[in-house]
Design a protein around this ligand. Structure first.
Ligand code: ZN
Length: 249
């Protein structure tokens, strides 16, 4: 057994995060960062989410129930840890899509590529006014579907397939807390399964899906707005980034 010096971690505190409050954290260790890069290199979502979950848990000293926390809050937390660990900039390549007049007089796309640093500290949590953690979509006077914002565990189930997180069948399934009919409560995985649910959804009035979509559309997102001026054609635009996938693309 080696007798290396005991590691003392510097701790930081986040600003107030909705539901989580001010969270104490430390930066990634060398091993954790390596573990994360290896997961990313595998090119699959599940190991990345697993690693993310593991690292956030360790960096916040086990004080947060990571797998039961909503994704947008974990994005916020991960970004704070990342900034202290790796710096406040994320380099990305920007390609200008402005239409300009070419030498031959024809319109063409500028196509200039530039290296841009995304200032990660400018990220803010955009919480829509109509955001709700849960919603009830009524099926009849006495019956309805109770929805809740999916947490990391739910996302992992969906991403198993390598599927994109849209309102896919699985996404909907994992966001249902229960279906009720008067006093009777039915829970996913217990009282009905995915194929059963989908067959049932088919029979519902056409007005139900838009209500479900509206619920998910109001999910908070971590956003960055970055004004850019093209170095070739002078075109100005503000690129809008939403979520970690965009920040580290
Ligand atoms: Zn341009």
């Amino acid at each position: 057994m080696n007798n290396f010096p005991k590691v003392e971690y510097v701790t930081y505190t986040t600003d107030e995060i909705p539901k989580l409050g001010k969270v104490k954290f430390r930066t990634f260790t060398v091993g954790e960062h390596k573990q994360f890069l290896e997961a990313v290199a595998m090119g699959q979502a599940e190991p990345v989410l697993d690693t993310l979950c593991d690292i956030i848990g360790k960096c916040t000293f086990g004080k947060i129930n990571v797998s039961k926390t909503e994704m947008y809050l974990l994005d916020r937390l991960y970004l704070d840890i990342y900034i202290k660990s790796k710096g406040a900039n994320s380099p990305v390549t920007y390609r200008c899509s402005n239409h300009v007049t070419g030498e031959d007089g024809n319109e063409k796309v500028c196509g200039n590529t530039m290296n841009v640093n995304i200032p990660l500290t400018s990220a803010y949590l955009d919480i829509p006014e109509d955001y709700a953690e849960t919603a009830i979509v009524k099926i009849s006077e006495t019956a309805g579907i109770k929805l809740r914002q999916p947490c990391l565990d739910d996302f992992k189930r969906i991403k198993d397939d390598g599927g994109k997180v849209e309102i896919t069948e699985k996404f909907l399934y994992s966001s249902i807390e229960c279906i009720y009919d008067g006093e009777r409560l039915m829970y996913p995985g217990q009282d009905f399964d995915l194929p059963g649910l989908m067959a049932y959804i088919e029979t519902l009035p056409d007005t139900v899906m838009p209500q479900i979509e509206a619920f998910f559309d109001s999910t908070p997102q971590l956003k960055i707005e970055l004004p850019i001026t093209c170095t070739k054609c002078g075109h100005k635009e503000t690129i809008k980034l939403a979520g970690l996938d965009d920040f580290f693309a």
